[in-house]
Design a protein around this ligand. Sequence first.
Ligand code: ADP
Ligand code: MG
Ligand code: MG
Length: 878
Amino acid sequence: TKYVYDFAEGSKELKDLLGGKGGNLAEMANLGLPVPPGFTVTTDACRAYLRGGDEPFGLADEIGLHLERLERQAGRRLGDPDDPLLVSVRSGAKFSMPGMMETILNVGLSDATVAGLATQTGGDERFAWDSYRRLIQMFGRTVCGVPGEAFERALDDAKRAAGTTDDLGLDAAALRGLVTRYREIFREHTGHDFPQDAREQLDRSIRAVFDSWNGERAVLYRRQEHIPADLGTAVNIVAMVFGNLGPDSGTGVAFTRDPATGATGVYGDYLANAQGEDVVAGIRNTVPLQQLAAVDKHAYDELMVIMAKLEAHYRDLCDIEFTIERGKLWMLQTRVGKRTAAAAFVIATQLVDEGVIDLDEALHRVTGAQLAQLMFPAFDLSRAPERLARGVAASPGAAVGAVVFDAKRAAALAARGERVILVRRETNPDDLPGMIAAQGILTSRGGKTSHAAVVARGMGKTCVCGADRIDVHDGHFTADGRTVAEGDIVSIDGSAGTVYLGAVPVQESPVVRYFEGTLSPGADPLVAAVDRILTHADKVRRLGVRANADTADDAARARRFGAQGIGLCRTEHMFLGERRPLVERLILAGTDDERDKALADLLPLQRADFERLFEAMNGLPVTVRLIDPPLHEFLPPLDELAVRVALEESRGEPDGHDQALLDAVHRMHEENPMLGLRGVRLGLVVPGLFAMQIRAVAEATLACRERGVTVRPEIMVPLVGAVQELEAVREEAQQLLGALGVQARVGTMIEVPRAALTAGEIARAADFFSFGTNDLTQMGWGFSRDDVEGAFFTRYLELGIFGVSPFESIDRDGVGRLVRIAVDEGRRTRPDLHIGVCGEHGGDPASIHFFHDAGLDYVSCSPFRVPVARLEAGRCAV
Ligand code: ADP
Ligand code: MG
Ligand code: MG
């Protein structure tokens, strides 16, 4: 196997092998952009190394060959005391994992080469010693696990001794002393000397980068982002260039458009006389990129040309890292940049208008998850909340919570169900668990490209950063003379960059107001973009989108959101509230007469419910599912009843009704209600129950029809496992419907594995199928959702048994196979069989793609997910 690629041999298409960073460095090099020479060790090598715990055979030699070539290109040799080549050793996986893995800079420095570096840079000894101490620090920490604080403390001591508070206040002699101290620290912690051999430094750095794939932060981030655990990282070896060689040097990061709003125009941060890591860490405050034009017009202009070239080449927003070494511009990284959900929609339509992409492609550039995010509410500022501070609008959203200053504590509080805002001076990768757990993140330093901002945007979490008027201390922060202590409530607006004291009420998003019809698309560029892309999705999609709705209000909203019908109306909701006594009477009925009477009393109530629902869905199909849960679920809980009865008896006033209820609860108790007397079984055991519901549907249809409302009722039988069950209900339904002169389709849920496996037979008695993927998942896996998610799912996710919970996203291989079998065999019996899904998976983007591929006709999901499903259904089709 070939384990090493020169930049000249790579391309962005080889991301799997070279990682995003490596592939894009190669791409830029091959576009003729100024990239320092280098090569990439493949993810193949990483995987082989992680499997075997040892370097794969031949890797060392191959690296040697490419290193020689790099040395020729750079005109310098690694470890050469007179004119040493220095390199960076950089992680870079297929998917960007900002700051999650390691990078080591200045590899190749040693006691022997440090003087050579000074000569090389025109006698800058201060710089050479500073670079050396940075190497020992980074190498010590990442390769040898020396605690970073040990170095930080030594650095602070040196600064104190020199009477300065700034790194730049340390002169060459002080830094040289610091190197001596660092080497002692290194020896104390590792038991051996800092390696002086450059090649040894290189090889060990490469291995450390491989190992960082399985570092705690990286593992956590991958789980959060659903990145597979077995991809491995590539390692990029890049000749060093220096942004810290004086005022005519510097480093920066930039985006070709604003990644927060999508606004056109270059956006970036620049820091003079600094190395790249200083910018990302948010250690010093950067200046807007535009100011570079004043400092170095030539480099600025070149950068603008390069950024335009990159956008044209990638046909999308790009982000870049660059460094200027004494006036010479170097490109160190690019990729198609992360962006907020709003920016994704705005940029996609901009690119259509610019003629760069078409609408089909625009659909690919946005996701249902992003649309869902845009439907989050925002703050209602009409009551003028007290503004504490303003910072950078780093990641949109409205978050309210109690202030917490420590990531671990934030995670612990959130685990107890509290809403917290993580407040930090700046974040680093160790804060990740707290960032995940918090409602939002607030920092006092750093800009849109700081760690906090990048990570928050990736997670879709609200973030305000660089709120520099706030001062973060231990246990409190101050802003404008006010002190905010841990536990105080603040509200942060990541779309505006504002911080408020107290809990600010939230209001609907403009996108939701547009769906509700109270905001016209012309009123807001984001809404216009959403409207345009969603309209296109509707035009191209094959899948229909219906909603799960039980009430007329929900149905009406679903319709405004674009639902083409109701795919699931759960009738059990119609048995709750003040109707409970009626249900109790039904259950306690001792004779057929009593039972029929109870059902007859329920009939008009149910009919009225259906009438309202049908009216709201005038002209569209409505699937009514007959009652599904076990009847005892409508009775009071056992312990509550038992206490009541005991109390009544002790008072000497026994209540016959309560006693009867208690007896019924005992009688009907099931060890495993999920697998008990429910669904069609209930309908076949309790005479008249389903008949009452079917009659209510039919009579409501007739009543609506009289008022000119078009009703398309569909009657759906739950929990069928055998065609005979369905046939029995169907016969009864057809008699009833026929007698009343109402036409309705009769179909079944497919939610028991046996139903899927005998779908060919079941289709004989069904006009339609609707997959109940919640039950199908529970019964397919044999675990109950209510019991297992807390119990062992985390462990299963860790072990990679699932990449994601099968309740969140359909298990394609297992449960999905049941779906495919049912679709194929059902349609073989009945080619016109109409097939949909009404489990929660119907609103999950990944599952929607599966249902599209499996040939379903529609998905049905909660009203709020309807726009998401429309968008994803469109994305499946292009
Ligand atoms: P990350 O993926 O965390 O951004 P990078 O590999 O990009 O890590 O490197 C960290 C920082 O070091 C970046 O700011 C980058 O620009 C800088 N850097 C990496 N390689 C070099 C190099 N060869 N010369 C100068 N700076 C570099
Ligand atoms: Mg980088
Ligand atoms: Mg079910």
